[in-house]
Ligand binder design. Structure first.
Ligand code: ZN
Length: 414
């Protein structure tokens, strides 16, 4: 008897579990119908994109939508469909406003400005990781209009932090802002950075080539990326590229590599030495190091040689990403630092419009180590920017936005 009761309950529980497991929510299907869709080389194809929840599940090149009865249809006839854009160098929370409400407003304003401009992913190159983690989560849960946020921990030598913290008693080491010396337990420092939710270690300043190598090795072992400044002082750009970091920021710092004797960041970088530059760029290419050029910020600070470096990098096949390192709210409403960064590639660095757009999408994703975005393909995230006019014909048309979709959520321009 007792046995039978137990058996009955077991059968009952299993039935309940099965019924429960079978009760699945019906996925939300949206179709962007009849647009001009850019492939991974930014060639146009007329077609429709099927989005199921947060993912692109099909791209259709005919008018047959009979498999999708009940789907939400958005007619985008005559519109242009790009992968969402990536800014590979932002600082969202480097100096948070001490007033909580003001800071929240600042965060929300800059993030929604990015979404309006078709930016669906950003790489934050160090700031307060508690704030960044909070907004990363809010973005992941689609609680606010915001791109996906990936952020870094800043590793630098004592000379840098001593200078930075001279006037602030509060600043001390945190898992995301770490003084590194010869005696630092790098394994623990990387583990703690990882615990703070970072995707990459930013190798910043006052570090020797030996320590840079050590950081890269340990970060790779713990499955983190390494994003470095081009010139880390005393580690040269050649030393940084040789250490196989994933990306190097600031093309205008590359000429420090051509210094006679010791590099000195108190001095302007020397003139470009073409032979040495080619050698360094070929090393970057061989080691798959992406150049995070930041030329818009460079020109704002009168560093113009970065554009020559970027041009040559592109000729030699080094991948170039589009980072701005420029606050979005410094610009008037409607203007976007990322569009200016992309434009510079086309006007001063000999990029075709197509190549500049590949930099802002596919290479942007690659520079964060992301394989789930950057191109429009079945299986990728539904991160999409739709414009009214063709940015391959005229790069200025990037400003002519119609709609941004991030993670399947639709945002129309305010
Ligand atoms: Zn920066």
């Amino acid at each position: 008897m007792k046995k039978e009761i137990v058996l009955f309950f077991l059968v009952f529980i299993c039935t309940v579990l099965t019924v429960h497991a079978q009760r699945k929510e019906i996925a939300k299907v949206t179709i962007l119908k009849n647009g001009f869709i850019f492939d991974d080389k930014f060639e146009l194809h007329k077609g429709s994109i099927v989005i199921t929840d947060a993912t692109i599940t099909a791209i259709l090149y005919d008018d047959n939508l009979t498999d999708y009865i009940g789907a939400i249809i958005i007619d985008i006839t005559g519109k242009y469909v790009l992968p969402g854009l990536t800014d590979t160098h932002v600082h969202l929370a480097t100096a948070p406003d001490p007033d909580r409400e003001k800071n929240a407003k600042y965060m929300n304003d800059q993030l929604s400005r990015m979404i309006d401009a078709g930016i669906t992913t950003v790489r934050d190159m160090t700031g307060n990781a508690i704030i960044l983690a909070d907004y990363k989560r809010a973005s992941n849960l689609n609680q606010i209009p915001a791109p996906s946020i990936f952020y870094a921990a800043q590793f630098a030598g004592p000379a840098y932090f001593t200078l930075m913290r001279k006037h602030s008693k509060e600043d001390k080491d945190t898992p995301w802002e770490r003084t590194i010396t010869d005696t630092t337990d790098i394994k623990m420092a990387v583990a703690e950075a990882k615990g703070a939710g970072v995707t990459g270690i930013k190798i910043y300043n006052d570090l020797s080539p030996r320590i840079v190598k050590k950081i890269v090795k340990e970060a790779n072992r713990q499955k983190l990326q390494c994003w470095s400044h081009a010139a880390v002082f005393p580690a040269t750009p050649t030393a940084v590229a040789g250490a196989k970091v994933n990306s190097m920021s600031h093309a205008f710092d590359i000429p420090y590599d051509f210094s006679e004797g010791k590099m000195d960041h108190h001095k302007k970088p020397p003139a470009i030495d073409t032979l040495k530059m080619n050698k360094l760029l070929r090393l970057m290419k061989a080691n798959a190091v992406i150049l995070d050029a930041t030329n818009y910020m460079g020109t704002n600070n009168n560093f113009f040689d970065g554009m020559k470096v970027t041009k040559r990098a592109h000729e030699l096949g080094v991948r170039v990403s589009t980072g701005t390192d420029w606050p979005y709210l410094f610009e008037e409403a409607g203007t976007t630092p990322l569009f200016k960064e992309i434009k510079i590639l086309t006007t001063d660095c000999n990029f075709s419009n197509r190549d500049a757009l590949i930099s802002a999408t596919k290479i942007g994703a690659e520079s964060i180590g992301l394989k789930d975005r950057g191109v429009l393909e079945a299986g990728k995230r539904a991160d999409i920017y739709i414009t009214n006019s063709d940015p391959v014909q005229n790069i200025e048309n990037l400003k002519d936005g119609f709609m941004t979709i991030k993670s399947g959520i639709i945002y129309t321009k305010k």
